[in-house]
Design a protein around this ligand. Sequence first.
Ligand SMILES: Nc1ncnc2c1ncn2[C@@H]1O[C@H](COP(=O)(O)OP(=O)(O)OP(=O)(O)O)[C@@H](O)[C@H]1O
Ligand SMILES: [Mg+2]
Length: 305
Amino acid sequence: MRFMRTSSPNQLRGPKDRAPETMKVPKGLQPLIDDGVIDEVIRSLKSGKEATVYVVRSGMHLRCAKVYRDMSQRSFQRRAQYQEGRKVRGSRETRAMNRSTRFGRREQEHEWKNAEVDALYRLMAADVRVPRPFGYFNDVLIMELVRDASGDPAPRLGEVELTPEVAREYHGFLMRQVVRMLSLGLIHGDLSEFNVLLAPEGPVIIDLPQVVNASVNNAAFAMLERDVNNIRATLGRFAPELLQTEFAREMWMLYEQGELHPDSRLTGRVVREELPVDPGSVIQLIEDAREEAIRRRLGREEQVG
Ligand SMILES: Nc1ncnc2c1ncn2[C@@H]1O[C@H](COP(=O)(O)OP(=O)(O)OP(=O)(O)O)[C@@H](O)[C@H]1O
Ligand SMILES: [Mg+2]
């Protein structure tokens, strides 16, 4: 086992789970049962802000069904920042989406829900490890159920203890995934310890309805930096030297220069192109900092004594 779970797994076997006759089929999933897309709803996995996620059975396979919630006015506005620059079909739709008409809202809502399935297909094709999508039916995304070694739904990155070696390995892997996404022009936009699952072979990135178009969104770099730094902070708890890395800036510089490739190898260090540095002034800065630290320590000792 590469990681220690700190939460109890959402087990799938066990007497409580196996009671499909008592699990009322949720309204959003009934049309999929009627159409034979799925055969059974096993259990609900998690009810989040944007969606409820279920474990379902299709024939012989367990899958994951994500049923999107309709938007509230507040989340509708919040989402607008992510959708900047997304392509929609025609100019009528674009105009409607910009105005807050009922039609515009419906279009935007439709767009949001579709964005995740589109992103999953694109990312899978580009060899980014995401859950394999099996289609989108009536506002429900059916995808691979990511599992742990014993077959239970996989834990989130934020729910495990890692050794420094494994933390470094996951960090390297996730940075390569972010590079692959960015070289397609995509930024996750909500990447964190809650949206990375751990399968036995490594991390799997989930939850992509807010995926951001890097080339047209004004906040693109800020979002990339937040994504990359969330992962750095989570894994830096186990391998503190990761906290010194600067992958977001490095990726972004290459991306802007048109030199980022899916397999670009990064260093995590950025050579800042600033004014030439005068070595004398650097030494002075170090001296000042040292003096300041001594002064602070003396101050504390005075207070204590
Ligand atoms: N393909 C999957 N395989 C296994 N578990 C999954 C899968 N997709 C989602 N989950 C579980 O369901 C949870 C919610 O999924 P997701 O993050 O996509 O939805 P969300 O509505 O955005 O949730 P939140 O508001 O908590 O971020 C995940 O944290 C994960 O535990
Ligand atoms: Mg999530």
